[in-house]
Design a protein around this ligand. Structure first.
Ligand SMILES: C[S@@+](CC[C@H](N)C(=O)[O-])C[C@H]1O[C@@H](n2cnc3c(N)ncnc32)[C@H](O)[C@@H]1O
Ligand SMILES: [Zn+2]
Length: 176
């Protein structure tokens, strides 16, 4: 079967201290190099919650307010998974909506992680196990609204969230 997602040949999937399996660099990766591209079906939140999550778990990437990209069948799961765990000190960012790039130079052996604040606008709240010194402990689907994260991940938010942030910025009162 042909893979649905792309993972750079400089990556491998193996056991992670954060959770289950994670994605790791097997060679040095330069800032802004493509690390992975998510593939799958484009589905609504309702379809995701009804048909996919109960069967396959957390396998999706959010790409717009009510759109997600995900595998739909058990057979597609392994072909679509990126295995990038969440970290509050992420080294991957998003280009467009489905392409994950290095936000900084990454050394061989490091785990490749993104911050769900870069992709998600949802209503969940969960405990973070990333272990980073700057861990925010509780992750929510509204973390993209946090000013410090907007600043830290500028240029690396999913395009649909970058548009929302730009809209909010243009509505806020101008500084005197
Ligand atoms: C797409 S999977 C990532 C791959 C996953 N480690 C695996 O082995 O299948 C996303 C799931 O990993 C777990 N996860 C990833 N990062 C996490 C973190 N920082 N803290 C707690 N759970 C995390 C959560 O259960 C989440 O629903
Ligand atoms: Zn964390």
């Amino acid at each position: 079967m042909v893979r649905l997602s792309y993972r750079s040949p400089k990556t491998e999937v193996r056991e992670s201290k954060i959770h289950g399996r994670g994605l790791f660099a097997t060679a040095d990766i330069d800032k802004d190099e493509i690390v992975a591209v998510k593939g799958g079906h484009i589905v609504t939140r309702e379809f995701l919650r009804r048909e996919i999550t109960p069967k396959l778990g957390a396998v999706e990437i959010q790409i717009d307010d009510d759109l997600f990209i995900a595998p739909v069948t058990e057979e597609e799961r392994e072909l679509s998974m990126l295995y990038s765990n969440h970290s509050c000190d992420a080294n991957l960012g998003v280009r467009g909506e489905i392409t994950f790039v290095a936000m900084r130079d990454i050394r061989a052996g490091q785990e490749l992680t993104h911050d769900w604040a870069m992709t998600d606008d949802d209503d969940y709240s969960m405990e973070c196990k990333c272990g980073a010194p700057n861990c925010r402990r509780i992750l929510t689907g509204k973390d993209w609204q946090r000013p410090e994260l907007q600043k830290r991940y500028a240029g690396y938010f999913s395009a649909y969230l970058a548009r929302k942030i730009a809209r909010l910025d243009s509505q806020s009162p101008t500084q005197a």
